[in-house]
Design a protein around this ligand. Structure first.
Ligand code: GDP
Length: 696
């Protein structure tokens, strides 16, 4: 039956990692006692090593989950802190140091913490046991141990002494049991004393008969009884003997004590000595575990059913792993990138660049033609059938050359490269901000950084290359009939949409100021005021009288409306010019072909813009886009994935709440299944102690 405890202890640790609630708990032995009652000495004598933190100043601030694993025949004894990944710690003073560090790490303001320290000790000399050591009860509050701390410790102990745990109540023989906080606490939760073992320490400090009286338990009967021990601290024993095997020395002192007083203790069949205590604890834990077996099996079965049901309903039994999530995420990312190359095919880029150049062209036209007073003259020439292009004033030839050069020298290499790079950047940013990278902020940042660094390394080269390749257009532009006609048509379209835009603005203004009539009034008023202002200024200039009254007539309309009116004037002037030029563009003369370029600068400039867009797109494609779409997926592999170790992958996957939930439920189900399997095999063993068939 020894195996039962052992196996259930393993199951207990598994259950602890599944669920912290009480439902899935197998019993453990909880050690409580007041400070200096000898709690540490008892635990150390059970383990056979000194390993607990020592000192006066509240050295136990966290619960210690101590799992003892009996390893028969093993040469080495060692401890393990599963949460710390320190590996096997064979030096017990190192264990002691680690425990001290873990305890003192609890901030002084918190005093105690609920979070248990998990320590396993493997040794041929320990029994299979689980023990929980708790901070000692404080009896007298002092300056540095406030009243609230007393309550916090009681609260912490309260949590652990609940069912199904066994309570090991440590009291010193030289202190009246009535004053033992441990017994008082245990009586509150276990009034019949069914799951409390009393340990009476320091038996050597009272006369044997008095000690024996305490152990009979007549005053505070405990079903599981009292065990008397002498566990003078190992340190003290070592000091006395200057011996390294201090624990065994302490043990010998205990043996001596009880042997000397044999007549008092054995006559009443009292339980005394550390070995008796160990045996007693093993028996009690085992029978307690055995009796929990049935209920825990039922509880686990219920939990498992629920987990399996949820797994089916929520995830249709689909299993995932952190690795599969990472792989899937990266695959999706790459295929999204490669799909996105569609948006950067050459005709698409060309169109975008052309739109940018159209804007530039309109700016040039505005600057050189629309504000030019002689432009109506040019329009008239275009509309007249008789004029031949070579008869047109050289002024207009210069004008056209200036316009063309403004357009070709407007920094196209840089602007067009930036436009495309900006498009790529926006695409990557959208990926980084969207599902699932919104859950992975650090990875999203890496991703954008990778993309940006590729772009940064290519932008300068690309811009220079484009600028270089459009250079010929800065000097000479050849245009054939077909190109001309296409340019003219596109210019017509551009003008039409520009006109439509002006109309929309005018309509908006009309609506804002309260109708066409009111706008007419506003404009007339504004023109009137401006006219008079002009006259007055002229008069002043003429008379040379600086002191004449120059205060403008106070405006009758709100300033916002006057501003609207001013804009309305501007838009309708613009509309007039555009209408005029549109007529020219549609004229027979302009349709006549490239030799009419001077008369139809819009068509000509559009041809130029088209050529610039074509060439830019070609080189941006080679220098920027091809590089980017080649490099980016490779950078993802080598810079994003390559560095990830197992822990990173787990962490990454769990950043996504949906994946975290999925993984957690899956793990819970897996663990419960494993526990169930073990519980079932235990039950099978117990209900069938003598298997008849060897093949089983
Ligand atoms: P804890 O504060 O409850 O953990 O108590 P300790 O185990 O640290 O013991 C408190 C003090 O009592 C120490 O000085 C121990 O040496 C001493 N002590 C513990 N057990 C015995 C014992 O059986 N006999 C005697 N005489 N002293 C003991």
């Amino acid at each position: 039956l020894m195996h039962l405890t052992r196996k259930l202890i393993e199951i207990r640790s598994m259950l602890l990692s599944i669920d912290k609630s009480d439902a899935l708990k197998l019993p453990s032995i909880v050690v409580i006692g007041s400070q200096s009652s000898g709690k540490s000495s008892v635990l150390e004598s059970i383990v056979g090593h000194e390993f607990l933190p020592k000192g006066n100043n509240m050295v136990t601030r966290r619960p210690l989950e101590l799992t003892l694993v009996h390893t028969p025949g093993a040469a080495a004894e060692y401890g393990e802190f599963p949460a710390l990944a320190l590996g096997r710690v064979t030096d017990f003073t190192a264990i002691q140091r680690t425990l001290t560090d873990l305890n003192t790490a609890v901030p002084a303001s918190d005093c105690v913490s609920d979070e248990p320290i998990d320590l396993r000790i493997y040794s041929p000399h320990v029994p299979d046991l689980t023990l929980i050591d708790l901070p000692g009860y404080i009896q007298i509050s002092s300056m540095d141990q406030p009243e609230s701390l007393k309550e916090r410790i009681s609260g912490l102990c309260e949590k652990y002494i609940r069912e199904p745990n066994i309570i090991l109540a440590v009291c010193a023989a030289d202190v009246d049991l009535a004053n033992s906080p441990a017994l008082r606490a245990s009586r509150r939760v276990d009034p019949l004393g069914l799951r409390t073992i009393g340990v009476v320490t320091k038996m050597d400090l009272v006369p044997p008969q008095q000690g024996a009286d305490v152990l009979t338990g007549n005053r505070y009967p405990l079903h599981l009884g009292y065990v008397g021990v002498v566990t003078k601290s190992a340190v003290a024993a070592a000091k006395r003997a200057k011996d390294t095997s201090s624990m065994s020395l302490a043990r010998r002192e205990e043996d001596d004590f009880f042997r000397t007083n044999r007549d008092v203790f054995s006559s009443q069949a009292l339980m005394v000595g550390t070995s008796t205590l160990r045996r007693r604890l093993m028996d009690v834990l085992e029978s307690s575990m055995a009796s929990s077996l049935h209920s825990i099996t039922n509880a686990v079965e219920l939990e498992l059913e629920e987990a399996a049901y949820q797994f089916k309903v929520q995830y249709n039994d689909r299993r995932i792993s952190a690795e599969s999530y990472v792989a899937e995420t990266i695959d999706k990312l790459k295929s999204r990138v490669s799909e996105y190359t569609e948006h950067f095919r050459r005709p698409v880029v060309r169109e975008k660049l052309k739109a940018m150049l159209d804007d530039k062209m309109m700016d040039v036209l505005e600057q050189l033609y629309w504000v030019e007073k002689r432009t109506p003259e040019l329009t008239d020439l275009a509309l007249q059938q008789r004029v031949r292009p070579q008869d047109v004033d050289a002024y207009w030839r210069h004008k056209l050359d200036a316009a063309s050069s403004l357009l070709t020298k407007s920094g196209i290499g840089r602007d067009s490269t930036m436009l495309v790079a900006e498009g790529l950047r926006a695409f990557i940013d959208a990926i980084a901000q969207g599902e699932p990278f919104n859950h992975h902020p650090r990875t999203a940042e890496r991703l954008t950084e990778l993309a940006h660094s590729i772009l940064r390394s290519r932008i300068g080269v690309t811009a220079d290359q484009v600028e270089n390749c459009i250079k010929p257009y800065k000097y000479d532009i050849e245009t054939d009939e077909r190109e001309w006609e296409l340019g003219r048509q596109q210019a017509v379209q551009l003008f039409e949409s520009e006109m439509a835009m002006c109309e929309v603005q005018l309509k908006d203004i009309r609506r804002r100021v309260g109708g066409a009539r009111r706008l007419g009034g506003l404009i007339a008023y504004l023109k009137n005021v401006e006219e008079r202002e002009k006259q007055r200024k002229a008069a002043i200039l003429e008379s040379g009288d600086g002191d004449a009254d120059v205060t403008p007539e106070s405006y009758r309309y709100p300033a916002a409306q006057l501003l609207d009116a001013r804009h309305a004037i501007m838009y309708s002037d613009r509309l007039g010019t555009l209408r005029m030029r549109l007529a020219a563009l549609k004229s027979k003369r302009c349709r006549g072909g490239p030799e009419n370029d001077v008369l139809c600068p819009e068509a000509f400039l559009d041809v130029v813009a088209g050529k610039l867009a074509y060439t830019s797109a070609m080189f941006i494609n080679i220098e920027l886009l091809d590089h980017f779409f080649y490099e980016f997926p490779r950078e993802i592999d080598s810079r994003l994935l390559y560095d990830l170790d197992r822990r990173d992958i787990e962490e990454f996957a769990r950043e996504n709440p949906a994946i975290k939930k999925h993984l957690e439920l899956q793990e819970r189900k897996d663990k419960l299944e494993e526990v169930m399997k073990r519980l079932n095999s235990l039950s099978a063993l117990r209900s069938d102690p003598k298997p008849t068939s060897r093949s089983r």
